[in-house]
Structure formats: structure tokens, C-alpha cells
Unconditional design. Structure first.
Length: 242
């Protein structure tokens, strides 16, 4: 079904899922005739102007179904920038949860496979992959602690309680120069994973980082950081297969 994004000049967004009927909001309503526009501006019945366009991937991503806590976009972006994934990358993501990370990776990569052991989470991630129209994402009900089926991978991402138990399997699955990235909410997990890497000769430890995002208010001369910020979400540890 066709959908649209409406946006006010102040940046407030509205996701219109069904354009076959009028869309009502606090500014009035947009007629179904105007909703057929794919870009430009529309007016509510009360005269308020809004921008209208077809949703991008990031617009649709904001509407994915949530189950377990997802990896924040600031962390996803850092993973993508640090590892340099692209249209030829083949990736494995384990601990898929709601599918947030694997779905975002699949929007840029050639092929992504995701593992998830919980069937309820598996169903959520599959729903999200279908909602986002991702044909290059395969989600399996599999325990990565028992091994990895895929080979010659460019990147393996982990969101697991004990990521250090995957290092041996990852070594066999990654191509030379491939990345192994672990996302951990607590520093002891990050420490144990990093130490497991440091004990080996077939990996180089790159870094452990966390990403803090602070948004600013910009309104005339009123310029200051917003009262709330996205602080600590998790630690990202990057290693590379030698």
C-alpha cells in the first residue's frame, strides 16, 4: 500500500500509511486527493502547509515493529562507517532481536544473514524485513554459539550475552581483513570479548568505543543543547581477521 511522509516546517513528521482516505491531525486534515502527490507541499483544510514526499528507507525504519531493545542508529552508523560496508559486502548478524541492525545493514550490503534463537524475536525481525522490502536478508532460527554456516564473510556483528564464545567460529567464517564487531551494554562484557581477541594470533584488536549523541535546539537566538540527550547505549568493540 502506498504511503506518504508529511512534515511541518518545524520538522514534526507524520507517517500516512493509507493514502486512500483523508488523513486527520491536529492541524486539520489532508484530503486523499492531495495525498496522492509524491512530492511538494499540501495544505490542511485549515490552511496549514506541510511538505509531502514518498518515505525513504529511514522514514520506514522509524515505523518498524519493536520487541527487544534495538541498537540505536548512532551505533549502527558508527559500525557502518568503521567497517566500510558497501554494495558488495556479505554480512552475518547474530542476536537479531527486532532486526534493527540486520535490516539497516541489508539496505547497503549485497547480502545479510541474521541468526536469532528466540522464535518470538525471529517473527518480529522477519516482519520488519518484509515491511522494509528487503529481499537480500535471510533470518534463521539458529544459535551462533554452535557454529556459523556462512563462509568468506566481510563482517560479523554480535549482540549477545557472551560474544567471546563466538570468536573461534568467527575466525573460520570471516575472510582475511573481515571485521568482527561486538555490541555490549556493559563494560565487563566488552572487556571479556576484547581479552578473548587479544589471546589470539588470527585477529587484531582495533578499538572499543561508545557513541554519545547530543542534539541542539536552533530557534532564532535560542541556541543550546536539548535538555535530553541519547547517552550511553552500548560499547562497540572492533576486531579484524588477519
Amino acid at each position: 500500500m502506498a504511503s506518504r511522509i508529511l512534515i511541518t516546517r518545524e520538522g514534526k513528521r507524520y507517517f500516512v500509511k493509507d493514502i486512500s482516505k483523508d488523513y486527520h491531525m491536529e492541524y486539520g486534515f489532508i484530503s486523499k486527493v492531495d495525498l496522492k502527490k509524491k512530492q511538494g507541499q499540501v495544505k490542511t483544510n485549515t490552511g496549514t502547509e506541510l511538505g509531502i514526499f514518498e518515505p525513504s528507507f529511514s522514514d520506514l525504519y522509524r515505523k518498524i515493529k519493536r520487541g527487544p531493545q534495538i541498537i540505536a542508529r548512532k551505533d549502527i552508523g558508527f559500525i557502518m562507517a568503521e567497517t566500510g560496508i558497501g554494495k558488495n559486502s556479505v554480512i552475518l548478524d547474530s542476536g537479531a532481536g527486532s532486526g534493527a541492525l540486520c535490516c539497516y545493514l541489508a539496505n547497503y550490503a549485497k547480502k545479510v544473514t541474521a541468526y536469532e534463537i528466540r522464535e518470538d524475536f525471529l517473527n518480529i525481525s522477519k516482519y520488519n524485513a518484509e515491511f522494509l522490502g528487503l529481499k537480500n536478508l535471510t533470518i534463521k532460527n539458529k544459535d551462533i554459539y554452535q557454529g556459523i554456516d556462512e563462509k568468506n564473510l566481510d563482517l560479523i556483528t554480535l549482540d549477545l550475552p557472551e560474544p567471546w564464545n563466538v570468536v573461534e567460529h568467527a575466525s573460520k567464517a570471516l575472510k582475511s581483513g573481515g571485521y568482527l564487531v561486538s555490541y555490549s551494554p556493559t563494560i565487563p562484557q566488552a572487556m571479556d570479548f576484547a581479552n578473548a581477541i587479544l589471546e589470539r594470533k588470527d585477529f587484531a584488536i582495533i578499538k572499543t568505543s561508545e557513541v554519545i549523541e547530543r542534539e541542539w535546539e536552533m530557534e532564532g537566538r535560542k541556541v543550546r543543547p536539548k535538555s535530553r540527550m541519547i547517552g550511553h547505549t552500548g560499547f562497540l568493540t572492533f576486531a579484524r581477521k588477519i
